[in-house]
Ligand binder design. Structure first.
Ligand SMILES: N[C@@H](CCC(=O)N[C@@H](CS)C(=O)NCC(=O)O)C(=O)O
Length: 216
């Protein structure tokens, strides 16, 4: 599809998700960077693109703007069937979505920039308290996720079988946050193994924060 513009930021894990999905589908896009630490996503110009003032947002050739990384991934999967990001069997689809949502809905929002900012400004949290908060909430999901992945024969090289999908995309993206925040990943060998398998694939590696034009 010609004329795709991805509004994003190199370090944003929700942006990583959409970059991987676009790469897996073999879609080219224009990279529009919005520096989150400089507050560029809160500008009037960007709010005209996404009133939520969050990245990513995917602008289609006809000007339609898609927001929410999970919704964007589902859109891409519906319009560009190959390779699929979800399996075909309903139970398997629910499993993959559950893993993806455990990360994207239960973990990531609690460690988002604006939440951490609020902890500091409205609730007086210092660096140590913020770090403790992040580690706590990652652990809340990654512990059960490790159990879930390790104890299920549906888990293969990737979260679900031998092909990477939406769950792997979310896991891969969150791992960069975990690394940046100094989360100890030793208790999660299966998650680390899946991350390593994904990182070996060009579509994932190309989407990693350090490989973006705005990387610092
Ligand atoms: N649920 C949204 C989350 C989007 C989101 O929170 N993006 C972060 C970067 S990963 C952001 O823009 N943060 C800006 C802020 O917190 O001010 C999605 O999956 O797209």
């Amino acid at each position: 599809m010609a004329g795709l513009v991805l509004h994003n930021y190199f370090r944003s894990s929700a942006s990583v998700r959409v970059r991987v999905a676009l790469n897996l589908k073999g879609l080219d896009y224009t990279y529009a960077a919005h520096h989150l630490r400089h507050g560029e996503h809160r500008s009037e110009a960007y709010r005209a693109v996404n009133p939520h003032a969050l990245v990513p947002a995917l602008e289609l050739a006809d000007g339609t703007v898609l927001t929410q990384s999970l919704a964007i991934m589902e859109y891409l999967d519906e319009v560009f069937a190959e390779p699929p990001l979800l399996p075909t069997e309903p139970g398997a689809r629910a499993r993959v979505r559950a893993i993806a949502q455990a990360i994207a809905c239960d973990t990531h929002p609690l460690t988002n920039l604006r939440v951490l900012g609020d902890l500091r400004t409205r609730f007086g949290a210092d660096d140590a308290a913020v770090k403790d908060w992040i580690h706590h909430w990652v652990k809340e999901t990654f512990g059960p996720l490790e159990t879930m992945l390790t104890g299920d024969s549906a888990t293969g090289t990737f979260c679900h079988g031998e092909q990477p999908g939406m769950a792997d995309v979310c896991l891969f993206a969150q791992m960069f946050n975990n690394q940046r925040f100094g989360v100890d990943m030793a208790p999660y060998p299966t998650i680390r193994r899946i991350f390593a398998a994904a990182a070996r694939l060009p579509a994932f590696d190309k989407a990693a924060p350090e490989n973006q034009p705005d990387a610092e």
